[in-house]
Design a protein around this ligand. Structure first.
Ligand code: DQA
Length: 143
């Protein structure tokens, strides 16, 4: 039985800290990775952490998680609102999935209100900045 949480990050999240800090804050993705690793270790999980700007690379990583992971935390970024491929890959993974967003997507533009991913997730955490990732780890902790 795997103890690895795959934490996947979609396009432009490599720019966190520089990109629209009034929306996404000044924390970098590297800072988020460190925090997630610490929280996950507290609950006995290893972490595989990745970011890609490419939809297919994210699909490949979800397929790796399918055979090697215990769960997936994913911030699909803009692909949240467009990607049937990510939906299908997550559905096929048959793992607990938590969708996370730094910003409250429901309070933003209309095109961000719809998630193609949410239907194949255990739950969605949005709007708590970097805490969204921490809360996702808490949601997956072994009870
Ligand atoms: C985001 C919200 C998305 O709508 C957006 O495209 C992002 C980041 C968030 O974390 O708030 O890139 O997923």
């Amino acid at each position: 039985m795997s103890d690895t949480i795959f934490v996947l990050n979609g396009p432009n999240l490599n720019l966190l800290g520089q990109r629209r800090p009034e929306v996404y804050g000044y924390t970098t993705l590297h800072d988020i990775e460190r925090m997630v690793r610490e929280r996950a270790a507290d609950h006995g999980f290893d972490v595989e952490f990745m970011q890609s700007n490419h939809e297919g690379a994210l699909v490949d990583e979800i397929q790796r998680a399918r055979t090697r992971g215990a769960a997936i935390i994913i911030n699909p970024a803009a692909y949240t609102h467009t990607s049937v491929a990510l939906h299908d890959a997550l559905e096929a993974a048959e793992l607990p999935v938590v969708e996370v967003h730094l910003s409250n997507v429901q309070a933003r533009e209309d095109f961000r209100h719809r998630s193609l991913i949410g239907a194949v997730c255990r739950g969605i955490i949005a709007g708590f900045g970097t805490d969204s990732y921490r809360l996702a780890v808490e949601a997956l902790r072994k009870k």
